[in-house]
Write a protein that binds this ligand. Sequence first.
Ligand code: UTP
Length: 283
Amino acid sequence: MKAIVPAAGLGTRFLPATKEQPKEMLPVVGKPVIQYVVEEAVAGGVSDVLVVTGRGKRAIEDHFDRSVELEDLLERSGNIEKLRQIRNIPDLANVFYVRQGRPRGLGHAVLCGAPHTLDQPFFVMLGDVIVPKGDCLPKLAEIHEKYGASVLAVEPVEQQFVSRYGVIAGHEVEPGVWKVTDLVEKPPVNEAPSNLAIFGRYLLTPKVMEILPHIDAGRGDEIQLTDALKELLKHEDIYAVTMDCPGYDTGNILSWIETNVAFALESEEYGAQLRESLTKMLG
Ligand code: UTP
């Protein structure tokens, strides 16, 4: 299966860091966010990754390309472990690129991938969301196989935070699997139909590519993927599945810091030392 990785947004919540630098290239414990996404795609059985980029996003393409001078230097200095890491990056996956001329919203970014996915179901993996455990895409594929429908990964969030997310309404058809009856983008806390938030991994049927060109700009004057999914619901079933492991949104400064702390605490290299430093800092 193919995956579309939208990465053409302007990252306004992360300015000024993202003025000239893609937010998808910000590091999480030494590795750019989008490399985690591509690694997850490959681990989930994806053959082709299509990254939707735009102006100012060249660093993404360069990252997945060879770096001849760097490789020479590491080879000459005998830094074999780093050399292995760097050489491995261009071989991770078949990565393709399409440019979104203007960031007109997530729905529009997904539509830019239509010539690539043709009439096949495909994954959408947000380029600024990391899902560390490898079972998300296989789970989406399993539910898709079973019900023959689009499937959204959802995560229960605290009720007070629902207005930050797209939220589903639906009924549970088996443990952890919902048949979706409605989708609401960033609902007010008291109007949210559930606390199940869509967190950046989707398996969509090709019908959505027929619908997207007819979706008008909605919230924030952007073509919203959620609006297209609401329309899709009129034609096809949509399911949602909860994941055991949370996704990490790195698209705003606080959650990027939290992601780094969470990953560093888990790392063999930095975990113990960071724990010690944090304990000292917190007094
Ligand atoms: P976000 O809404 O988090 O990205 O989209 P953004 O628009 O860059 O964020 P802010 O609000 O300005 O800070 C989720 C993913 O979809 C991509 C983004 O690059 C991000 O990886 N995206 C968003 C596009 O590819 N194109 C768009 O028009 C919008």
